[in-house]
Unconditional design. Structure first.
Length: 159
């Protein structure tokens, strides 16, 4: 990173800290908005497949489900990956942060990948990870400075 980029980043961080001190409500609102955008971006990248998605499609189309399909839908909706993401704001003042997590027990397997194992516990292959959160983080690293500047402009207009 060049000296100029580091200088600009330092100025941006100082401006954000100053605004966070003077306008805590606006910063929390902006943090919530960014958290919602992040969550939406992750959901868009999350794969939804199998029997549960077929049952979900039938429900959307207003078709009746068989007893087996209802059971699959109930089971899958408890652990539906795209519905399991949660966000929460934590901290005070400058140290506010947005926490993001998934309540689905199989999230880490889809995110990072996993071994395929048969009934005899022999490895039969590997399912690669989708890396939806990792890819979204990389995208937001590029987007975040521009969004921060928009927030700064919006708050300074209120002055």
């Amino acid at each position: 990173m060049s000296d100029f980029e580091e200088q600009g980043l330092k100025e941006l961080q100082d401006a954000i800290k100053q605004i966070a001190d003077e306008f805590p409500f606006e910063m929390e609102t902006a943090l919530e908005q960014m958290g919602k955008k992040f969550k939406k971006a992750v959901i868009e990248k999350t794969p939804v497949g199998g029997e549960a998605s077929k049952a979900r499609e039938k429900l959307k189309n207003g078709k009746a489900l068989s007893k087996k399909q209802r059971a699959v839908h109930r089971r899958a909706s408890r652990h539906a990956l795209d519905k399991s993401y949660k966000t929460e704001i934590e901290g005070y003042g400058e140290s506010k942060q947005m926490n993001f997590w998934s309540e689905a027990p199989h999230f880490h397997l889809v995110e990072r990948g996993h071994k395929k194992v048969n009934k005899k516990h022999h490895v039969t292959g590997f399912t690669p990870g989708v890396h939806m959160v990792e890819r979204t983080c990389q995208e937001f690293e590029e987007i975040l400075p521009g969004e921060a500047e928009k927030i700064i402009e919006k708050v300074t207009k209120k002055l």
